[in-house]
Design a protein around this ligand. Structure first.
Ligand SMILES: C[S@@+](CC[C@H](N)C(=O)[O-])C[C@H]1O[C@@H](n2cnc3c(N)ncnc32)[C@H](O)[C@@H]1O
Length: 246
């Protein structure tokens, strides 16, 4: 992909930044095969990471809906909550969420890719309520949390991994905690972007179409332990699914 006019202002991220990780990272964390095979260009190549990790790119990829979807997440969580973000999100989502939670809140960001952990750590300098560590969302550790906010991760993982991640995240909630999933959804048949998304999925996002066919709740092993609600946005192209325990 070509991003004309994009100038990176930050120096390259040294990968050994992640060596300052917390003691919770003692178990080895492998970069999953799907990430290497499908998404190296977007998430593992340090040069492209630097190019893509900016609010304008995220907002463009979300067709101008970044702010709306970020607000939809925040509407579900309380200031001062202890929250898990199970994968780094490009742009300023992490900073906005941390600012919303405030100094009495806690935001624990994990990512399975060392380059993403290092990148995220640099963004949250000066925000003591944020920790960033290397972990797989299917086995997040660090719980229990008041809330988990899973932002556009599920469409990028194979279906078996969707199940493992959803179970791992639901299992890390407090007894009255909630998980918030924001991701792609099947657009209405009349949506002018439906054919565009269909082509993008066929070429670049092989695991996304499953979210057009299945509700997120269908991937959970024990859906009955949670109360589920779903709302769609932008002609059905995006969804917010909330799972409340109990
Ligand atoms: C949140 S998703 C996509 C977010 C969105 N496209 C954006 O604007 O950044 C991308 C991140 O998920 C991470 N990731 C992929 N599989 C993961 C897993 N199993 N556990 C934790 N992080 C994972 C990748 O390393 C990458 O940093």
């Amino acid at each position: 992909m070509n991003f004309p006019g994009v100038v990176e202002k930050l120096p390259p991220v040294p990968l050994d930044d992640v060596s300052t990780a917390s003691s919770a990272e003692t178990a080895p964390v492998a970069v999953p095969r799907y990430l290497e095979e499908v998404y190296t260009w977007a998430y593992l190549n340090p040069r492209n990471v630097a190019l893509l990790d900016r609010p304008s790119v995220v907002n463009g990829l979300l067709f101008g809906n970044a702010r709306r979807l970020t607000r939809a997440v925040m509407a579900e969580i309380g200031r001062g909550d202890r929250v898990l973000l199970p994968a780094h999100v490009y742009g300023n989502f992490v900073n906005k969420l941390a600012a919303y939670l405030g100094p009495s809140g806690e935001l624990d960001v994990i990512d399975v890719a060392p380059v993403q952990v290092a990148r995220c750590r640099r963004k949250v300098t000066g925000l003591p309520q944020v920790t960033v560590r290397l972990a797989d969302a299917a086995d997040p550790g660090g719980g229990p949390y008041d809330a988990v906010t899973c932002f556009f991760l599920l469409h990028e993982v194979p279906d078996g991994k969707k199940r493992a991640i959803i179970d791992g995240l639901l299992g890390s909630l407090e007894p009255r905690g909630k998980a918030v999933f924001v991701d792609y959804h099947r657009p209405h048949w009349w949506h002018p972007l439906r054919p565009v998304l269909g082509t993008v999925n066929a070429c670049l996002e092989p695991f996304a179409k499953a979210l057009w066919r299945h509700d997120i709740a269908e991937f959970a092993s024990r859906p009955g332990d949670f109360t589920w609600s779903k709302r769609t946005y932008f002609g059905g192209l995006y969804q917010k699914v909330v799972a409340r325990r109990g």
